[in-house]
Design a protein around this ligand. Structure first.
Ligand SMILES: [Zn+2]
Ligand SMILES: [Zn+2]
Length: 257
């Protein structure tokens, strides 16, 4: 899967021309210094990068990623209440501020090109965690066919593609969304778990595998929980989760996923 190659000669020469212009910071719009303008950098200047709402790995619940008052919690009141089917969750950022605006613009504004920047930010944030699970395959949360047609792309697949090394075992056909559900944004938190029942179907290939689910945002965890349950019932050995952003319940609760 190569996202940036095109057979259209006009598009190709435009891409070449763009590569000659140094990029601007996605936040403050200042030109980036040459050493930051390299493709490996996430296109955000150093001061803006520092001010992003990074999660604090020491004060994140290891099981569900929720912010905790005590360090190194394995479970928190939120996950004890919900009993999630996934094993552990790694969250890059808190879902707030500029990061929230970027995700909304990426997903609902159809700004597909932001995937590269967001993926690089997520990769950078994961490097702060000391432990990371052994995995056999990465599975992005799938969209139902109808939603995919509306949006034109699956944001979780693009994120996973740009976050992990190119030789990662990215398997986007191992989990399917078989039921078209009411968008979680339109439901109160209490109904989100029942809305996701039987929404997914897993391929028999997941049997015995250590899997990593990838999604853009986690709010109640209902979507990721249903996906993890389906994968575990199909025989997956472990299901861990990586999300770009985590809604923290101590911050203003405005449900978006
Ligand atoms: Zn900046
Ligand atoms: Zn928790």
């Amino acid at each position: 899967m190569e996202m940036e190659q095109t057979s259209n000669p006009l598009k190709r020469s435009l891409a070449k021309a763009r590569a000659l212009i140094p990029p601007k910071c996605w936040h403050c719009r200042q030109w980036l210094p040459p050493h930051q303008a390299k493709a490996a950098y996430p296109f955000v200047c150093a001061p803006c990068l520092e001010n992003l709402p990074w999660t604090d790995p020491a004060y994140s619940c290891a099981h569900c990623g929720q912010q905790t008052a005590e360090s190194k919690r394995l479970y928190c009141p939120h996950c004890l209440e919900n009993k999630f089917h996934f094993d552990q969750l790694w969250g890059g950022f808190q879902y707030e501020g500029i990061l929230q605006q970027w995700i909304i613009s990426f997903k609902f504004g159809k700004h597909e090109q932001m995937a590269r920047m967001l993926g690089k930010l997520l990769a950078l944030s994961l490097m702060r965690y000391q432990e990371f699970p052994e995995i056999d395959a990465i599975i992005p949360i799938p969209l139902h066919r109808k939603r995919l047609q509306q949006r034109g792309f699956n944001q979780s697949l693009l994120l996973a593609f740009h976050t992990f090394p190119k030789d990662s075992n990215l398997q986007h056909h191992w989990l399917k969304r078989v039921r078209s559900t009411i968008p979680q944004t339109e439901l109160p938190a209490a109904q989100r778990f029942s809305n996701m029942e039987n929404a997914f179907q897993a391929s028999p290939q997941v049997q015995g595998k250590r899997l990593l689910l990838v999604d853009d945002v986690i709010t109640t965890g209902a979507t990721l929980n249903a996906a993890a349950q389906t994968l575990k019932e199909a025989g997956a050995r472990s299901v861990n989760v990586v999300v770009l952003a985590r809604r923290m319940f101590s911050s203003e609760l405005k449900a978006t996923t």
